[in-house]
Design a protein around this ligand. Structure first.
Ligand SMILES: Cc1ncc(COP(=O)(O)O)c(C=O)c1O
Length: 328
């Protein structure tokens, strides 16, 4: 940051050119942005802004969700909208319009982006109007939709597997973990801590010593007896990917690759003895974990179940029955 000795009051056109200059120094892959506050869609990243006094900015009173865009189709949007509405209710956030209208805005913003691959993230905010805690008098909730290229993970995660560490940061209290609010401080700190220590990501453990989740992903395991096990969703976010994979994994049971599928508490001790461990999520899909702290998971290589689940998920994302074609 350069601080000029003569700070002056900026005119509107100077603000715009500063916002553009900021984007020029740090190119971003945001393709289209809808804002209920702007009343439309913008494609210039310099214009993708939100008032500073929106309570989502200065108090974290906001929620979000992210759906995938694969080959011109939106994947599993209804599941993501279900969770979005649940998060809104738990956060006491009013909706700006009906679910059908929100879905329509999401689809139209995606079409405006022209992109066929990427991610769709949308937020609901408590709105602007004060620096107080409770929503400002007369505040309208804000609804925002961003179409961007999506988070990209190294190929190595899938070919060689990744390394995770048990975080030293406490897991969120259950209400905050099951609500997808914009308060991701523990998640951010966990990921930073892991990277600083030479790992790829961290894992939260709950007060009873059971496995929780990772930064923005769930975790699941394959037991020595070939059962696909996933932690219960009482202390962690109910990942749309996890819920879908728990269904898709049944195919592997039918084919004999798995002995069963279970959702239950998993102690750290049990988890470390797994044949396979994987991170699951909309952006990471299914990424095999081969090391947890100093312990090797399984034989230290990505396992067959993780690979098979990734294949099944990829297929479901391209040709399953949960796709909405984007009307470009
Ligand atoms: C904390 C947390 N857990 C799990 C997930 C995985 O959820 P999904 O599969 O819906 O992407 C996410 C991502 O949204 C997350 O932020």
């Amino acid at each position: 940051m350069t601080v000029s000795s003569t700070l002056h009051i900026l005119a509107a056109d100077e603000v715009l050119s500063q916002l553009r200059a900021l984007r020029a120094t740090q190119p971003v892959n945001y393709r289209a942005f809808y804002s209920s506050q702007l009343g439309g869609i913008v494609t210039d990243p310099a214009l993708m802004v939100i008032p500073f006094d929106d309570h989502m900015v200065h108090r974290g009173h906001g929620i979000f969700d992210t759906a995938g865009l694969v080959d011109g189709k939106i994947y599993d949007l209804e599941a993501h909208l279900d969770r979005f509405l649940l998060s809104a209710e738990r956060s006491k956030l009013r909706l700006p319009c009906s679910r059908a209208e929100m879905r329509d805005i999401i689809i139209k913003t995606t079409a405006a982006s022209g992109r066929r691959e990427g991610s769709i993230r949308y937020w609901l905010s408590s709105g602007p109007g004060s620096l107080d805690l409770t929503p400002a008098k007369g505040a309208e909730p804000g609804f925002f939709v961003m179409i961007f290229d999506g988070l990209v993970y190294p190929d190595r995660w899938y070919t060689k597997g990744l390394k995770v560490m048990t975080t030293t940061y406490p897991i969120k209290a259950p209400l905050y973990a099951i609500t997808k609010a914009t308060n991701y401080l523990p998640n951010v700190l966990m990921q930073m801590e892991a990277k600083e220590a030479g790992f790829d990501n961290g894992v939260f453990v709950d007060a009873e010593g059971n496995v929780g989740e990772s930064s923005n992903m769930n975790v699941a395991f394959v037991t020595p007896g070939r059962v696909f096990v996933h932690p219960r969703f009482k202390n962690i976010l109910a990942g749309c990917t996890s819920l879908r994979l728990l269904e898709l994994a049944r195919t592997l049971v039918d084919q004999g690759g798995l002995a069963g599928v279970e959702v239950r508490d998993i102690s750290m001790a049990e988890a470390r003895r797994s044949r396979e461990m994987a991170l699951l999520g909309s952006s990471v899909k299914v990424a095999p974990v081969v090391q947890w702290d100093a312990d090797t998971i399984g034989d230290g290589k990505p396992g067959p179940v993780s690979k098979a689940l990734l294949r099944l998920l990829d297929e479901d994302m391209r040709s399953g029955d949960r796709l909405i074609p984007v009307p470009y």
